[in-house]
Design a protein around this ligand. Structure first.
Ligand SMILES: C[S@@+](CC[C@H](N)C(=O)[O-])C[C@H]1O[C@@H](n2cnc3c(N)ncnc32)[C@H](O)[C@@H]1O
Length: 267
């Protein structure tokens, strides 16, 4: 096993700032959980990288959670395994340490370590790797982002690797699926705002989405104006509120297996 003390945890900083209160608005969605657990197949042991507060971790298998942020790890339920503080780019685990590895809504935070981190997932998993993420082209088409938050769409295009790029890094046989974001999801990710633009007005909800956190970190006067415009639309005072059921969000779901060969389309 590598020396955990030497593993870089610099990526923890962002979630040290924005992670407080995460588990209040970002609760596990049973439909995403079912998809993830199904994709893990018969794996008995799973490394969960970017494990956060523990959403989507299967309870009926041995889980090794990896999480760099103390703020996030502190929100883990006492019934879950404590998280090892480490970053995706250098997992403190031997090759093939677990049957499977999973990474849920986290790869876009891995900065320069994205490719290294995905190859680390492949290295530590004996068989399946499961990734739940956004395809930035598709997520940028969601009405709220396309019409009101083009800065977020632009940021997402820079930080989310496309499914095709992930496929190249993972190798092996790949399956890609589309996972719809239901309007009643308890996981209030930015994609869920497609059906709830009022969440733009809820600081707690905004704060727990990295899209808003990243945008407001780099906000210019143009983006402040746009935020005001978005808030007006969310309050329903604008003529442009046409959100009911328009352009729902979808997540891309990529799994790679050392054993199976199956490729599905993504739309
Ligand atoms: C949006 S949260 C997702 C947490 C959890 N997977 C879930 O679905 O609720 C993103 C997580 O990725 C973690 N993270 C950020 N940079 C990371 C890195 N370089 N390596 C591993 N995890 C990282 C953050 O600390 C945070 O807990």
């Amino acid at each position: 096993m590598r020396d955990i003390r030497s593993t870089s945890v610099s990526h923890a900083v962002r979630y040290e700032e924005i992670g407080g209160g995460y588990s209040l608005t970002r609760r596990e969605d049973p439909r995403f959980a079912a998809a993830i657990h199904g994709a893990l197949g018969d794996a008995r042991s799973v490394v969960n990288v970017g494990a956060g507060a523990g959403s989507y971790e299967p309870q009926d298998r041995h889980v090794i959670p990896i999480e760099p942020s103390d703020v996030m790890a502190a929100q883990r339920a006492p019934t879950l395994a404590p998280a090892i503080r480490a970053s995706a780019g250098e997992l403190p685990l031997r090759d093939g340490s677990a049957d499977a590895a999973m990474a849920v809504l986290t790869i876009h935070h891995w900065d320069d370590d994205q490719e290294r981190g995905v190859r680390e997932l492949r290295r530590v998993a004996r068989d399946t790797v499961v990734i739940l993420t956004y395809d930035p082209i598709v997520s940028g088409e969601m009405w709220l982002i396309a019409d009101y938050l083009p800065e977020v769409a632009e940021l997402d295009r820079r930080i989310f690797p496309s499914p095709e790029v992930l496929v190249g890094w993972l190798g092996g046989s790949i399956r890609i699926e589309v996972v719809p974001v239901p309007s009643d999801t308890p996981d209030w990710m930015l994609g869920s705002f497609w059906a709830h633009p009022e969440r733009v007005l809820d600081e707690r909800a905004r704060h727990a989405t990295s899209g808003f956190a990243g945008w407001t970190h780099t906000s210019s006067s143009a983006s402040s104006r746009r935020f005001a415009e978005t808030s007006r639309a969310a309050r329903g005072t604008s003529d442009t509120v046409t959100f009911a059921a328009s352009t729902p969000s979808t997540l891309a779901f990529v799994s790679s297996s050392a054993r199976r060969t199956r490729v599905a389309s993504r739309r």
